[in-house]
Ligand binder design. Structure first.
Ligand code: NAP
Length: 163
């Protein structure tokens, strides 16, 4: 099964110049806590924005049409996204869709769970999460993230797809 995991601001912004528009270490820890031990899918732009390094204790499955792109250890290329989706969308294994926007868009119709960090602040940037039909989803939990006085309020939300 596929689960999408991301953080967005109050306008659905997720990226700025290939990177995250904010610095929220507790959200990065949350991402790590959820994804360690799992396979995760990432588009090449996101992978490059993270310094083209594989994430420890996880296998990164990279989406790129560039067959010559050299893959570091711990990174595998998804040869056919259609075949990959077909094979994995109904398995028990939780595979995390880790962005960016194009990758979320591609997997959203086949995604069963959403881990959305919602930040109550507006940032500047250029990349937004794709449109979600929220009528098809229900909120399972929403937990305030730990913050200091300078940080905006933000919430770790988990959404499930309606049966
Ligand atoms: N806030 C968050 O939680 C979060 C999470 C992740 C990313 N982001 C942000 O999102 C932004 C990047 O998003 P993005 O939409 O520009 O890029 P992306 O989804 O990370 O990567 C796009 C690339 O993936 C490859 N790709 C996409 N669809 C494919 C398909 N069907 N088959 C094969 N390859 C495919 C293509 O690579 P090739 O051109 O090599 O073929 C494409 O250029 C960055 O700013 C990043 O920081 C934010």
């Amino acid at each position: 099964m596929f689960s999408a995991i991301w953080a967005e601001d109050e306008n659905g912004l997720i990226g700025a110049g290939g990177k995250l528009p904010w610095h929220l270490p507790a959200d990065l820890n949350y991402f790590k806590e959820k994804t360690v031990g799992h396979r995760l899918v990432m588009g090449k732009a996101t992978f490059l924005g993270m310094g083209a390094r594989p994430l420890p204790q996880r296998t990164t499955l990279l989406l790129t049409r560039d067959q010559d792109f050299s893959l570091p250890k711990g990174v595998e290329r998804i040869i056919s996204s259609a075949e990959f989706i077909d094979k994995n969308q109904n398995t028990a294994e939780e595979i995390f869709i880790a962005g960016g926007a194009g990758t979320y868009q591609l997997f959203l119709p086949y995604t069963k769970k959403l881990y959305r960090t919602k930040i109550r602040h507006a940032y500047a940037g250029d990349t937004h999460f794709p449109a979600v039909d929220w009528a098809a989803w229900h909120l399972c939990s929403s937990v305030p993230g730990p913050k200091d006085a300078e940080q905006p309020d933000y919430f770790f939300e988990i959404w499930g797809r309606n049966e």
